[in-house]
Write a protein that binds this ligand. Sequence first.
Ligand SMILES: [Zn+2]
Length: 80
Amino acid sequence: MKLISRCPICGGQLMKEDVEKLLRGGSNVASIEVRAGVCHKCGEIVYDAVTVRKFQEIREKLEQNEVADFSLLGKAYVVN
Ligand SMILES: [Zn+2]
C-alpha cells in the first residue's frame, strides 16, 4: 500500500494510522477500519486510491441493500 507522505492541505507529515470510517449508502451505514495517512498538523485524513475505491463499492452495496457480506454491529439512530 502506497501512501503519499505529505499532507495536501498544509504540507505536514502524514503518519500511517488505523482509522474508523463511517460509510453511508441509502439509509444504511457501515463502519470500516482502514489504514490511512493522518496529518498530525491539521488532522486531515488521506486515503489511498485502493481504499477510496473500496469505500465506493461499500457505499453502492449499502445503497442496494447488498449487506449479506457485512456483520451487524448495532442499530443506527437519527437524533431529531
Ligand atoms: Zn495537514
